[in-house]
Design a protein. Structure first.
Length: 86
């Protein structure tokens, strides 16, 4: 579920970058006053942020289960009879 946020940000970044390069000629009033270089740059930044989020969410290292010895007997007469994973 957490990776979906990163993918969503990347897709939004692709759309913003496409708008900046005029691949999709949309007439949006508040974007007409802004230079297309700034819009493209913002799209590229959004793509990078999305990819970093996906990479961070995907690198969750699983804790390696540790084996604990099972003893039988008491004192010096103890013997290891098996191992249990935690």
């Amino acid at each position: 579920m957490k990776k979906v946020i990163g993918y969503g940000i990347s897709v939004v970044g692709l759309v913003v970058m496409a708008l900046g390069f005029n691949i999709f000629p949309l007439k949006i009033p508040f974007l007409e006053g802004v230079a297309s270089n700034y819009i493209s740059g913002a799209g590229i930044v959004l793509i990078i942020v999305g990819v970093v989020l996906v990479a961070k969410m995907g690198s969750g290292k699983k804790k390696k289960s540790e084996e604990v010895p099972i003893y039988e007997g008491k004192g010096k007469n103890r013997k290891v009879v098996g191992y249990q994973r935690e």
